[in-house]
Design a protein around this ligand. Structure first.
Ligand code: GLN
Length: 189
């Protein structure tokens, strides 16, 4: 299977790694720049974006992550991972994320979502939002895949997919499968 990474500075990277492994990928935890060598894709998990940002700075990971994305490798960011990709953090996605946008911890909620190009004509995806961000602003190259009450919660820009929720904890692996399909497609290209 393809070799993909999961940024493992903080957050629930273990659940992503298990899901990707179950889908036939080989998974490497990424903590330092050298861990990116040879990877064919990368997941940035949910967690706490301030802590993750400090870890990225401490390990000198910002520039290597930006170069990895610029080389066209597929990326998947979820929740805090979406925040990490935005304009004010790594600047990989042309979006501005608003943190904790749905309110405080008590505003964590679940919602059934259709994701353009991912759930297709199939069943909607159960999306778990935990102190989730939304996309407050985005540039013209950003495709909106889903919204909740008019607030954007899933986007794609080129090879980068990002969602506000936690797809790794519901057992629905379609988002991870879509990410791996991009990885495999790029491999065959
Ligand atoms: N609220 C967190 C942050 O701002 C993100 C929450 C999550 O990843 N579940 O970083």
């Amino acid at each position: 299977g393809p070799l993909v990474g999961v940024l493992a500075l903080q957050g629930d990277y273990g659940a992503h790694a298990r899901m990707l492994t179950a889908l036939g990928a080989r998974v490497r935890e990424v903590r330092v720049p050298a861990d990116l060598d040879g990877l064919e894709g990368l997941v940035i998990p949910g967690g706490e974006s301030t802590t993750m940002t400090l870890g990225v700075a401490r390990e000198g990971l910002a520039e290597p992550l930006q170069a990895f994305a610029a080389a066209g490798a597929p990326l998947l960011g979820t929740c805090a991972g979406l925040i990490m990709l935005d304009r004010t953090h790594l600047g990989i996605l042309d979006v501005t994320a608003e943190r904790n946008a749905f309110g405080r911890q008590i505003r964590s909620f679940e919602e059934d979502l259709q994701l353009d190009g991912i759930t297709g004509a199939g069943a909607p995806m159960r999306a778990v939002f935990i102190r989730a961000p939304w996309v407050a602003e985005h540039g013209p190259d950003v495709e909106v895949l889903a919204a909740v009450d008019g607030h954007i919660v899933a986007v794609r820009q080129g090879e980068v997919l990002a969602v506000s929720f936690h797809p790794e904890i519901t057992g629905d692996d379609r988002l991870h499968a879509a990410f791996l399909a991009r990885v495999r497609a790029r491999r065959g290209a």
